[in-house]
Design a protein around this ligand. Structure first.
Ligand SMILES: C[S@@+](CC[C@H](N)C(=O)[O-])C[C@H]1O[C@@H](n2cnc3c(N)ncnc32)[C@H](O)[C@@H]1O
Length: 228
């Protein structure tokens, strides 16, 4: 199949405003983002996944996670995001759904891997929305299927980055930092809610999936969980 096929299962919504989306688009070039995702996916076990595994990238935004998967040779790819505007920027192959990740549009027991990179911290209600999303992930995964999640985490490194974001001179001099600070400003409520709820987040994850890998470094939680 050539080009993305976009299926609407709900009215498109913009959880993030245009200022946030513009900052997200200038934070990294697509090439930089894809290279980062390729490296990250390999470190989270992608080398061992069958190339025809059905992989769903939830909260996929403009779909560079899917492009990275394509570069790694995966062929059965699905993306889900609420923003049709971002999905329309996807330049790869696969099926995209305009859908809410708290109600995934896939059949039960139909997916091998679900990936989320920087999406869960956009959920408005914790822990309820996280529980709903993880229950959905568990539902769509086949037994033995995996959730791979990379989300912000309040490590000393992230505290340092937050301190840099508060220095206007640095923001003016360093466009990358300014884009990051703008995104944090616009998503502050859900972002802080997420960063300040580590215990209930971990409990929620452990309730739905068996943890196979969980590390905290450079402002991120890197997680792999299995549906048993
Ligand atoms: C920071 S972006 C991450 C995009 C992508 N994973 C990446 O790393 O490039 C977060 C995305 O989550 C989407 N989003 C927020 N809430 C959502 C929900 N309930 N269901 C589906 N997508 C949602 C937003 O539209 C946005 O594209």
């Amino acid at each position: 199949m050539n080009g993305p096929h976009i299926i609407r299962t709900c009215e498109p919504l913009h959880c993030c405003d245009e200022v946030w989306e513009a900052a997200y688009l200038r934070f990294e070039t697509p090439e930089e983002e894809v290279a980062k995702f390729v490296k990250r996916l390999n470190s989270l076990g992608a080398a061992a996944w069958p190339r025809d595994a059905k992989i769903v990238d939830i909260f996929c935004g403009r779909g560079n996670g899917l492009i990275a998967l394509q570069r790694l040779g995966f062929t059965n790819l699905v993306g889900v995001d609420l923003s049709e505007r971002l999905l329309q920027q996807f330049q790869g192959h696969g099926t995209l759904y305009v859908a809410d990740c708290r109600a995934l549009p896939m059949e039960s027991d139909s997916c091998d891997i679900v990936i989320v990179q920087g999406g869960l911290h956009h959920l408005p209600l914790l822990p309820d929305d996280l529980r709903k999303t993880l229950q959905e992930v568990r539902r769509v995964l086949r037994p033995g299927g995996r959730l791979v999640a990379v989300e912000p985490w309040l490590t000393p490194f992230l505290r340092f980055v937050h301190a840099l974001c508060r220095v206007p001179l640095l923001r003016r001099a360093w466009k990358h930092l300014d884009a990051l600070a703008t995104m944090i400003d616009r998503e502050r409520e859900t972002y802080e809610n997420w960063l300040n709820s580590p215990q209930s987040i971990l409990e929620c994850m452990d309730r739905e999936l068996r943890c196979e890998q969980r590390t905290f470094a450079f402002g991120k939680m890197n997680y792999v969980g299995v549906k048993s």
